[in-house]
Design a protein around this ligand. Structure first.
Ligand code: PEP
Ligand code: MN
Length: 264
């Protein structure tokens, strides 16, 4: 399957001399939290606001997301700030609700990309959509599953496609929460050079002190964008507290990062 340049054309609608920046909390928690973060991120490098509404937890007992009500908060955040809105979808019902609430960008999470039935169900529900759809790598280091996810969406006529590299689970403890295994993402990019490649340093590192280092590595490798979890009160976030940064820290990050030179 050959993914063509038109699959990347949507990127050109965003700031060209910058990576595409997606930021916002791991999870939407309350209306106030969503609106406060979105307002702090408007008029910055951020083009797309992210917030999880349905949270796939590896084990039961954690915060599983606020559900449908959160989509209303995202709609309000979009109306008030002009930011595009992104959320995770894991089945056809999520897709339907997200479309009904004018969510602009849908991403498939790492625990969903591993499941071809779920990815196909999502692809079918999205048939020929104009939405931007981003496929996270599967939790395990399996390039074929990642490629398969992209192919299922492409075959469903989705034209605005991209992938998110969020690292891979390992049984051995490493300094990363999810080992980046950069070569897997590079292999995917070599196979699909015209697919937008976005790095998720938050889920790769699991800790805010390492976000800058991994973001810089991604920019040096010419990634097209970054998705960074951002929260007004990271330490008290309802999920992924250790890896979220404040909006001010995010702004400082983009002052400190050395941007790639635009050569094309
Ligand atoms: C997330 O983006 O908050 C998330 C659950 O990520 P992943 O699917 O990469 O674990
Ligand atoms: Mn998260």
């Amino acid at each position: 399957m050959k993914i063509t340049k038109e699959n990347k054309a949507w990127l050109a609608n965003f700031k060209l001399n910058h990576p595409l920046v997606i930021a916002g909390p791991c999870s939407a928690e309350t209306e106030e939290q969503v609106l406060a973060i979105a307002h702090q991120l408007k008029n910055s490098d951020v083009s797309i606001f992210r917030a999880g509404i349905w949270k796939p937890r590896t084990r039961p007992g954690g915060f599983e997301g606020v559900g449908e009500i959160g989509l209303k908060w995202l709609q309000k955040a979009k109306a008030e700030t002009g930011l595009l809105m992104a959320t995770e979808v894991a089945n056809a019902a999520h897709v339907k609700l997200a479309i009904e609430h004018d969510i602009d960008v849908l991403w498939i999470g790492a625990r969903t990309t591993v499941n071809p039935f779920a990815v196909q169900e999502i692809a079918d529900a999205l048939q020929n959509t104009d939405k931007i759809v981003l496929v996270k790598n599967p939790v395990n280091p399996d390039l074929s599953l990642w490629i398969g996810g992209v192919e299922r969406l492409y075959q469903a006529g989705i034209k605005k496609l991209g992938v998110i590299h969020r690292g891979f689970s390992t049984y051995e403890k490493t300094k990363y929460r999810n080992n980046p295994e950069w070569q897997i993402a590079i292999d995917l990019q070599n196979k699909f050079p015209d697919l937008a490649l976005i790095c998720d340093p938050s889920h790769i590192t699991g800790k805010r002190s390492m976000i800058q280092e991994v973001s810089q590595q991604a920019l040096d490798l010419n990634y097209d964008g970054l998705i960074i979890e951002t929260h007004i009160d990271p330490d008290n976030a309802w999920s992924d507290a250790a890896q979220q940064v404040t909006p001010d820290a995010l702004k400082q990050l983009f002052v400190d990062l050395k941007m790639r030179k635009e050569t094309d």
